[in-house]
Design a protein around this ligand. Structure first.
Ligand code: SF4
Length: 168
């Protein structure tokens, strides 16, 4: 009589390891932690910085979305917010700042100047026509300047991107 082999189904912790053998669960948990503790650094060159500062006031309280005060070192930051006009002379420095940040990291372009050169999008020989020529931008925040509510929309979009992205 032919012998029947029973297939053992993993149980308990083994079940989870089996079920998520491609580390989907681990990746999800890591990304959840990253999404809930964003350490921003910011490069300010012009007037958008006023709205960026307003975003961090108690009235808006960005920490409820895991967005911490932008006061840390670059080596601990994982989000770079660029506000304002970037000239061709500054472009190299901006890239240097980005390169000093550890992986994984994300970039937010805040305001028309950072997105496309803004007021200087035409007829300017020394203004970068959008920082995505220099850095990989994850979220664009339109406006001149964008108000804090628009910036919060960007934070929420970034959180979603981190949580469901394959960054781990
Ligand atoms: S987008 Fe508008 S508010 Fe922001 S830096 Fe440029 S000119 Fe100033």
């Amino acid at each position: 009589m032919e012998k029947v082999h029973r297939v053992e189904t993993p149980r308990g912790v083994e079940y989870f390891l089996f079920r998520f053998r491609n580390f989907r669960l681990i990746r999800y948990l890591l990304n959840w932690g990253r999404m809930a503790s964003l350490f921003p650094a910011h490069i300010t060159t012009a007037c958008c910085s006023v709205e960026f500062a307003a975003t961090h006031s108690p009235r808006y309280d960005p920490e409820r979305f895991g967005w911490l005060p932008a006061t840390g070192s670059l080596r601990q930051s994982d989000v770079l917010v660029v506000e304002g006009t970037v000239t061709s002379k500054m472009a190299q420095r901006l890239r240097l700042v980005y390169d000093q940040m550890p992986e994984p990291k994300w970039v937010i372009a805040m305001g028309a100047c950072a997105i496309s050169g803004g007021l200087y999008a035409k007829d300017s020989y020394n203004v970068i026509q959008g920082i995505d020529d220099i850095l990989p931008v994850d979220v664009y925040v339109p406006g001149c300047p964008p108000n804090p509510s628009t910036f919060f929309q960007a934070i929420l979009l970034l959180r979603e991107k981190i949580l469901y992205g394959r960054v781990a």
